[in-house]
Design a protein around this ligand. Structure first.
Ligand code: GLU
Length: 865
């Protein structure tokens, strides 16, 4: 006795230290998966302790599988703690041994494995119920006959129950047994099934063997569309089913809890690191983990109602005198919302639980119905072979979580002076669409704004999903509505309704900029070569007049008409006169020179006619050129954009279907654009709004979906769409794969399309709500008055002409003064002074002839010479 006390004190000190000494201990003796069960046990105790006055403390021990003696010794080691309850090992005999001892000591024994025992508190569903559920599912599927393939040993119990259920009739059942072995080969049994008539197979066995059986079924060729499997193992969802997802065989199973329930999610993240979860199991939490957690909840619930603690016992003849009361409380306790549902007992057997019926589809396991003892099979979606109970497809009073994204005009926060709550906070096209669908189909909905702008996708190779698509796939939302493009990648993970809006990718860019008027814009009506040819024609015509004039006798005139026989004749078409005549005609002025000979008149007529047309064309074109301002855009189509013409950079939304379109495109131009965008990640934006801002402030073009472009153009008048659509696609409402109500949604959307509801909605959200009345026509229409910018060149020519003429006139005057000074032998200075005086005498309009001036100047000279 003395030794035992010392041992106990040591144990107590080693396990808990002194502070835990007053807690109620519960024991776990595990013969497999010790580490993880130890973690679950501690986590469950930690969680329940939050609401407990009498805190619980774990005592855990690992033993070898099937070693009953070790199990016995271990319980003897922990009894001195004062144990309130024991969770036993998985091995039937080891656990039976411990149960016997616990019964003797009146310690409650909680069973979490399918070793149902009369005196234990069995959390695991009894074999009869599992058999019952399988029987009902087979009935619902209307299997005419099937092969029952079971693992020998522990699973015989379910088989026996099934045989009893089918004792009074039902489908033909061929029973085959297999053994669990390492490197087992079940192929010969499976080949026999292939050769038989049966294409329906019920497999009952351990999680370890079921994977191998399914794998080998695939190898022998019975994992095809023609075969149907039902798996009678509650850990079906913890088996790696990745390789069977696309097999097309119908594989159905049952489970007690969903991986999506909050408690399971919390436990999963507590037990596993993210990288440990990369396996392909639908749920890493197994039945033993879930039931261990639930067992702790059950014990905690009981201990709330009891004001006494367990006592320290040993393996001798000591008994816990209040143990039977504890057991009574435990038998009556109920736990609501455990991982595996509500827990009630009737004679130590768990009652009133239900199973989910799950089916393997390409996106993973999906729930298709439920089973409970009372309601039997009820189907939540149409599955060929399953019979509906009532109008299961009705959406009336169902509530869905609808994921929105904060993007104009699909999902926006309502502006209000009062505080809004719930669905009322949101408005937009997507919000209205769901409102209308809900009115039509009778469902309720809760909007949830998605946390970021990533709509996401599903990668079939890595079986990973992101963004909104992930939220829907893991069941956090039922529907996703926004500018969510239907793409093949997304279709692999979720389903879409038919498109409610059609669109394509296009280019958003600034409107063509007005060119600043040029100084010589009066030259614009004619192209440069026309001006050049006009100049050449002018010279040629002048030359021809000059030559023809010399050839024609009529152009030779008497310079002195009084002298009838003059010594010489004069031709009016000197080269200078010819040039003067042609320019006079060109400028619509005329000159004193007039052709008289037929040849020169013919040339002149041709030239005038030519001028008539040229001047008329110039005048007409000048009016158009000066009044309509020229606009120019560096890019006019996607090819020019790909070439970065005018230095225009471009990008798209970084994680959207547009970027993806270029990443996958096979067309050379798009490949080039993809390379460009990959090389310049800084040009990609996280949301469309940022792209629009970039277009407004930089030399940047944004690849955007046409519907969004349309929305922006109605608001930002200086933006435009460049070119047409690069592809064609649509927006759809996303939902879980094989969601049962998809067809109802499709019908309603078609109806909205046909009745014009969608068009009306689009017009409202695109062109009525929050538009600035921006119209594409307003700015270009009307004729603007001509300003100095337009006519500056003409003034310039006038100015240059005047300046040249002045300079020429001045030089000419100086030259004449010089000639006269020479002729009359006066000094240049004097002659200049005299000439200047005469010129500046503005009151006199006559002047003496040159000779008189010279004489006068000589007589008045100071020396009188
Ligand atoms: N509608 C796109 C999507 O569903 C987002 C916008 C874009 O990529 O242009 O991913």
């Amino acid at each position: 006795m003395k030794e035992q006390i010392i041992f106990f004190l040591l144990l107590k000190c080693c396990y808990f230290g002194n502070s835990l000494g007053d807690r109620i201990h519960i024991g776990l003796i595990a013969d497999r998966n010790y580490e993880i069960l130890d973690k679950v046990f501690s986590k469950a105790i930690e969680d329940v302790n939050i609401n407990l006055e009498n805190q619980l403390a774990p005592v855990t021990k690992e033993i070898d599988f099937g070693n009953s003696l070790q199990a016995y010794n271990t319980i003897c080691e922990i009894l001195p703690f004062g144990i309130g309850s024991i969770f036993g090992p998985s091995h039937f005999y080891s656990s039976k041994h411990l149960l016997n001892l616990c019964d003797e000591k009146e310690i409650p024994f909680i069973e979490i494995y399918d070793n149902i025992k009369p005196t234990a508190f069995n959390l695991y569903p009894d074999k009869a119920s599992i058999a019952d559920a399988l029987h009902d599912i087979i009935d619902a599927y209307e299997w005419p006959s099937f092969t029952l393939l079971y693992e020998s040993g522990d699973y015989l119990g379910i088989v026996t129950e099934l045989i009893q259920l089918y004792a009074e009739g039902g489908p033909v059942m061929n029973i085959r047994k297999y053994d669990l072995q390492i490197n087992a080969n079940y192929r010969s049994i499976l080949r026999k099934i292939r050769k038989s008539e049966d294409n329906c197979i019920l497999i009952i066995g351990s999680s370890e063997s079921i994977y191998t059986v399914l794998k080998q079924s695939q190898e022998v060729g019975i994992m095809t569309e023609a075969y149907k499997f039902i798996i009678g193992n509650l850990d079906f969802q913890s088996i790696d089913l990745e390789s069977f997802r696309y097999s097309e065989a119908n594989i159905t199973g049952i489970r007690m809890f969903s991986p999506e329930s909050p408690l399971v999610k919390e436990l999963t993240s507590y037990l596993f690191e993210d990288d440990e979860l990369q396996g392909n199991v639908s749920c890493p939490i197994t039945m033993e983990m879930a039931l261990l957690y639930d067992g702790v909840m059950l014990f905690a619930e009981t201990s709330k109602n009891i004001d006494f603690s367990p006592v320290q016992l040993n393996c001798g003849d000591s008994v816990w005198d209040k143990g039977s009361s504890y057991k009574n409380y435990l038998g009556m306790a109920t736990v609501m919302d455990g991982i595996t549902g509500n827990i009630f007992f009737e004679n130590g057997i768990r009652i009133d639980y239900s199973f989910d019926i799950i089916e393997l589809v390409s996106s993973g396991l999906t729930k298709v119905g439920t089973w409970s003892k009372a309601d039997k099979v009820s189907v939540h979606r149409y599955t060929p072979g399953l019979t509906f109970l009532g109008d299961e497809m009705s959406l009336v009073n169902k509530t869905f979580t609808v994921l929105l994204s904060k993007i104009e005009p699909f999902g926006m926060l309502k502006q209000s002076t009062t505080k809004l709550s719930g669905n009322n906070r949101y408005e937009g096209f997507a919000v209205e669409l769901i409102q209308r669908l809900a009115e039509r189909l009778g469902f309720n909905y809760t909007f949830v704004m998605h946390k970021d702008d990533v709509y996401g996708a599903y990668d079939t190779k890595t079986n990973t999903s992101t963004g909104m698509i992930r939220e829907i796939m893991i069941g956090n939302a039922d529907l996703g509505v926004t500018d969510l493009t239907i793409t093949a990648e997304r279709e692999a993970g979720v389903d879409f309704t038919i498109p409610f809006m059609n669109l394509g990718i296009s280019i958003l860019y600034k409107k063509a900029q007005k060119e600043p008027p040029k100084l010589f814009s009066f030259m614009d009506p004619f192209a440069n070569d026309v001006w050049l040819l006009l100049g050449i024609s002018y010279l040629l015509v002048s030359t021809s007049l000059f030559i023809l004039g010399r050839f024609s006798a009529k152009e030779w005139d008497n310079p002195f008409p009084c002298n009838e026989e003059p010594d010489e004749l004069e031709n009016q078409f000197t080269f200078g006169n010819a040039l003067w005549f042609t320019i006079g005609a060109l400028l619509q002025q005329g000159s004193e020179v007039a052709p008289k000979a037929s040849s020169t008149r013919t040339v002149a007529s041709a030239w005038w006619f030519f001028q008539l047309i040229i001047v008329a064309s110039y005048t007409a074109n000048l009016a158009a050129f000066l009044t309509v301002e020229q606009t120019s855009s560096p890019i006019n189509n996607v090819w020019e954009l790909a070439e970065n013409k005018g230095g225009v950079q471009y990008g798209a939304k970084q994680s959207g279907s547009t970027r993806n379109f270029f990443a996958k495109a096979e067309f050379a131009t798009y490949n080039k654009m993809n390379e460009y965008m990959t090389k310049h990640p800084e040009l990609l934006v996280s949301q469309n709004g940022d792209g629009v801002q970039k277009v407004l402030t930089e030399n940047y073009a944004f690849l955007m979906e046409s519907t969004s472009i349309e929305y922006q153009l109605a608001r930002l008048c200086n933006l435009t769409q460049i070119g047409g659509l690069l592809d064609e696609k649509g927006y759809g409402i996303a939902m879980r794969k094989d969601w049962p109500y998809r067809s109802k949604f499709n019908e309603a959307i078609i109806d909205f399309q046909e009745s014009g509801v969608l068009t009306k909605m689009k017009n409202k959200w695109w062109n009525e709500v929050g538009t600035s009345g921006c119209s594409s026509k307003s700015e270009d229409s009307g004729v603007a008055g001509l300003g100095m910018d337009n006519l500056g060149g003409v003034y310039f020519v006038l100015l240059v002409g005047s300046v040249v003429a002045t300079i020429y006139g001045f030089i000419d005057w100086l030259y004449n003064v010089y000639r006269r000074s020479k002729r009359y032998h006066v000094s240049f200075k004097e002659q200049l002074k005299e000439d200047f005086r005469v010129v500046m005498n503005f009151s006199a309009n006559t002047r003496p002839s040159m000779d008189l001036i010279s004489m006068y100047s000589r007589n008045n000279s100071p020396d009188g010479s």
